[in-house]
Design a binder for this molecule. Structure first.
Ligand code: C5P
Length: 142
């Protein structure tokens, strides 16, 4: 391949959307990936895959309802940044939204543990490599 050629993308691109839910004390919710899932035991910002035909905000509202039993709406989701990470089998693109307004009390509807964490303590929790670089954006913001 000549140096000027554009390299081929050989891995599929997976679009996952994630959310920093923020409570009244400025703490952020993280959830622990349950046994049986890839990266089990690691802590992540809640969210999930964007289905075909969905925009990221719709997917996030759906995932927050399915995973945590809470409701929110598009006007309560502020885009902050996005993660981009090349896993062995796919490339992950993951926008991160901040949500300070939601209805209901989050509960782990899929058996996942939950923790409300001060942004400066997020590093105490092992995270997937895609999520970790998002932490400074939250410590700067909150
Ligand atoms: O949650 P789910 O398994 O559907 O996500 C697909 C993949 O995206 C995971 O296997 C993981 O590699 C990645 N992921 C991530 N950080 C998240 C959510 C998912 O790195 N917060």
């Amino acid at each position: 391949m000549a140096e000027t050629d554009t390299p081929k993308i050989e891995k599929p691109m997976v679009l996952v959307v994630a959310c920093a839910l923020v409570d009244a004390d400025g703490r952020v919710l993280i959830t622990q990936r349950p046994e049986g899932k890839t990266l089990a035991g690691l802590w992540e910002f809640p969210g999930g895959k964007v289905d075909p035909g969905e925009v990221p905000e719709e997917a996030l509202i759906r995932e927050l309802h399915e995973e945590l039993g809470i409701e929110t709406k598009t006007s309560c989701l502020a885009p902050l940044t996005f993660a981009s990470f090349s896993y062995e089998k796919f490339h992950l693109l993951m926008p991160l939204y901040v949500c300070r307004r939601f209805w209901g009390i989050p509960e782990g509807r899929e058996g996942q543990a939950l923790k409300w964490v001060r942004p400066n303590r997020l590093r105490d929790y092992p995270m997937p490599p895609a999520d970790e670089p998002l932490i400074p954006f939250l410590t700067d913001l909150l």
